[in-house]
Ligand binder design. Sequence first.
Ligand SMILES: [Zn+2]
Length: 219
Amino acid sequence: MLETICDILVDAYKRNWITSRDGNVSIRHHDRDHFYITPSGVRKQTLQPDQFKKIKINCGIVSGVFPTQFVHNWEEMPYTDISSALRPSGEIPLHFGLQKEMGQHKDDVRVVVHVHPTYCVAAMHAGIDLSTVVDSFPELSRYTKVAPNVGDVPPISQELADQCFEKLRLDKYGNIAYDIVGIKGHGVVAIDTSPWRAYEHIERLEHICKIVLASKKYE
Ligand SMILES: [Zn+2]
């Protein structure tokens, strides 16, 4: 699936959803204690599977606390020679938070895709909350659950990650109430069980945002 992630990032680049070095993706298989994430600052048109970073998820118990509380952290694992010279994506707080517990994907694969799709970002810039566009376009809500927007937050920050978790209604088991969330002035984050499935949430929302903006019927 790392090759498929490379494919979707090339596709996202061709659609102008990212510039060369933007965008990041992570993937975790339910039976593994690690996930893969795209490296920082690498051209997405030429990204290769052996450039990904392998990240171990450590889980410990907080001592002296009842009920039992778990604490997670991450560390890089050896993967390939080429990967060892690279750093993980700056958005790793976002990906780690969504991958450390897999919630409704606990028997499957979880893929987290972050890109900057033009019309989704334009719609948020125009003051539209992406969660409201489903009201007029039921074919969107049938397949994609859209969270309320995250406001202006700095990129590659814990604040961005925390705001995304809140709007996606991420719980301590890793359950997520929505498929996609928009970050104002920035981009979107989509989650599903394969790279293309996550990508389709973005594609669907982008298509509707383009229609809404073309109609000019919004406040
Ligand atoms: Zn971004």
